[in-house]
Design a protein around this ligand. Structure first.
Ligand SMILES: Nc1nc2c(ncn2[C@@H]2O[C@H](COP(=O)(O)OP(=O)(O)OP(=O)(O)O)[C@@H](O)[C@H]2O)c(=O)[nH]1
Length: 188
């Protein structure tokens, strides 16, 4: 599931999913990397779902609006369960260089506990595998006021994807967008 329900405040309050990087929307970059991995894929987003029609993606709305990506995760886990899946993998839409073996390497660690991607000694809570069986625990944490993905990953395993340049470089600001363009020009 591509997490794309953010407000993009640091980018000037725009929908980052549609932000062009080398002429292609960010959602298209992430989808191109994920599509050969494992499906089905959905996008976690609010607002008008018609904007994702060109990609034929199911759009999962947050059950709790304006509460952050944990609300998106909960909707995603409900969708995954309805698909008969054991687990859901999340990737942030602003992370266009996700590795081609992301899903396989996360799932290699098992699908009974959360598994989070790491690089450069840092965990990336938006890029993780979440067992469907964890949904009640996550909903409980949310009900108690937790809003941080990282907090509900406290007992998670991690997989190190460290590489140069960082596969989890994410685009938050116009300067990040420029850096991503330079990176793509150097290695399309
Ligand atoms: N479904 C859902 N996803 C969210 C929400 N808030 C953030 N996200 C996603 O979570 C990921 C990380 O978000 P951030 O970079 O912290 O926030 P952002 O809104 O994208 O950007 P800023 O407003 O500049 O912080 C991105 O993929 C966002 O699209 C939300 O309320 N619901």
């Amino acid at each position: 599931m591509i997490l794309a329900g953010g407000r993009g405040i640091r980018m000037g309050g725009i929908d980052k999913a549609l932000l062009p990087l080398m002429g292609r929307p960010l959602v298209d970059h992430v989808l191109t990397r994920l599509a050969p991995q494992l499906g089905p894929i959905a996008v976690s987003a609010n607002g008008n779902p018609a904007r994702f029609e060109p990609w034929g993606l199911p759009v999962l709305r947050d059950g709790f609006m304006g509460e952050g990506p944990l609300a998106g995760l909960m909707a995603g886990l409900g969708w995954a369960e309805a698909q008969g899946a054991k687990a859901l993998v999340t990737v942030a839409v602003d992370t266009p260089f996700v590795p081609a073996d992301l899903v396989a390497r996360l799932a290699d660690r098992g699908v009974d506990l959360p598994v989070v991607a790491a690089s450069g000694g840092r965990r990336h809570p938006t890029v993780a595998l979440w067992p469907v069986s964890e949904a009640p625990r996550i909903a409980e944490a949310f009900a108690e006021g937790e809003r941080r993905l990282g907090a509900v990953l406290s007992g998670a395993r991690s997989v190190d994807f460290s590489a140069a340049p960082d596969p989890f470089f994410n685009i938050n600001t116009p300067a990040d967008l420029d850096a991503a363009e330079l990176r793509l020009r150097a290695a399309p």
